[in-house]
Structures are given as structure tokens and as C-alpha cells.
Write a protein that binds this ligand. Sequence first.
Ligand SMILES: C[S@@+](CC[C@H](N)C(=O)[O-])C[C@H]1O[C@@H](n2cnc3c(N)ncnc32)[C@H](O)[C@@H]1O
Length: 286
Amino acid sequence: MKKQDIIDLWKKHNIDSAPKYAEFIKSMNVSQESFDACKDILVELRERLDFDKINPKEFWSACDEVFSTDPVCNSSVKSIFASGDGNTFSVEESNRRNNKIPLHSGAFGSLDLAIQNRFIRNKNEQNEITKINIAEIGSGYGAFKLYLETTYPNLDIEYTGFDVIPRSECVESVGVDGTLTEEQVEKYRNKFDIIFSSNVFQHLSKKCVSKYVEQSYEVLKPFGYTLFLTASFQNNRCFHYGQEIDLFSNVEMNSLYKTNKLYPMAINYVLVFPFMTSILCQKNAE
Ligand SMILES: C[S@@+](CC[C@H](N)C(=O)[O-])C[C@H]1O[C@@H](n2cnc3c(N)ncnc32)[C@H](O)[C@@H]1O
């Protein structure tokens, strides 16, 4: 499906702006009857927007065009529930709010541990600390890069982002299947000290998440870290602009890491909305 076909599908169901999307979600949740009334629409959206059948770049560029900053920060849905106001936030406000998720979940504490350990390991022969390379999967509007710059202004950190849509500085576009291309894996083999991702994996199919975990092993240095923060809803499903994603449970994520020789070192949970889990893993020695 091309971007315009996706936009037309939403329009057919009167979902053609962030406030309208928020209204759709709200109306669906009023009662069992209202949910049942939306069933056919949900089935059509689910079938036509199946993650593994459409190009994620087409999907996310359609989202950006129709819903503005909302796909990156889910702002209108939150704000319409809170205040009845369906407006989306500015990029700055989206970034500020998005950084609260890893902050409140404790993921930024685990990140600090990983950064500290990588700097200790990366000392040169003169015992001087050398720079560390941090990659991010799904950079959005650059919230995490901004966090690194403001939190660690005196550390030498090189940032590389990967996204289906490069919306901010130092971000590369990923391949058509929504993971790193073979060229990117070769270019960055054994390059990164830490790979971070927040609020992204719940939007990717299991196949795509598995491939990212495999690729992370390839592009991490020995003893490097992954820190992936993702939603973990009770029903293991995520609904996002009509796309429905089957999520891995926390137990399944744990075994996916271990299968790929990434060993869990710390786990953080948030048990209130947005139900986030992050697992800090370390790559074993080669
Ligand atoms: C909810 S936003 C979160 C953005 C950012 N991590 C933050 O917290 O501000 C999800 C991001 O994932 C990106 N994304 C979606 N599918 C992706 C994929 N297959 N690979 C990399 N990024 C993807 C989207 O373009 C968007 O920037």
C-alpha cells in the first residue's frame, strides 16, 4: 500500500486528523455496543495495515502527514482524554514529554549504569577516557539525542539514530522492511557501545523486533549494551492508527535476548499507563 492508499483508508472511516483519531478511540471505548459497532472497521484496518504486508515508511509518512506530531508522542489521544482538547503538541513539547517515559520508568538509570561502564572499559593505554558510540532505534524528533547532550555535556558521546523517517539530526533511514540494511550492519559492525530504543518496539511486528535484536548483537562492541524500552500491555496487543501489533511478553523478550547472546542485567517496569518495560542487556565476550 502506498502512502495515499493508507490516507484514503483512514478518510473512508472519517479518521483524517489527530482529533478525529482521538474521537474514534474515545467512541470505541464508551460501551460494548459502541465497540461492537466499530468491529467491521477494525477488522478492515487490521487486515489492510498488517505490519508485515505494508512498507513501514509509507505507513509512518502517512501518519506524519495526517496526524502531525501525534504519531511520535501520541499527544492528542492523551490530551483529549484529559481535557477534551484534541490539539497536538509542538516538537519541543513532544520531546520533553517523551523523555519522561524512560525517566519515570527508570530506564535512564540503567542507561547511566551502561554509560559509566562503557567509559571505564573504553580507557586508552594512557588511561584516558575515550569516546563512546550510542545508537538509537526510532529517533522520532530527537528527544534522546537532546537528553544525552543536556545530561552528559562533558562526555564525548557520538550519537547515531535510525528511523523509518529521519526527522532530526544524525538520523539515518532504515531499509524497506523497517530494520537496518545489510550495508548498515556491515558499516556499523562492532561499532556501538550502547543501543537504545524507547517507545518504538510496540509499533513493530515480532519479526521486525527479532531482526533488530539479532542485528543489535552484530553492531555492538563486545560487552556493549542494549536498552530497549517498550510497552507491555496486559493483552499483549498494541493499536496504533488502525495497525494492530502482537507484542512479545516480557518473558518472551527475555528469551529472545538470551537466544541472541544478549544477557539481561537490569529490568525496569512501570505498572501504570503507559505500562512500560525496559531490559538492559549486555553482549557476551566473543
Ligand atoms: C512513538 S515514536 C517514539 C520516538 C522517540 N523514540 C521518542 O521517544 O521520542 C516511534 C518512532 O519509531 C519510528 N519507527 C517506526 N517504525 C520504525 C522502524 N521499523 N525502525 C525504526 N524506527 C521506526 C517512528 O518513525 C517514530 O519516530
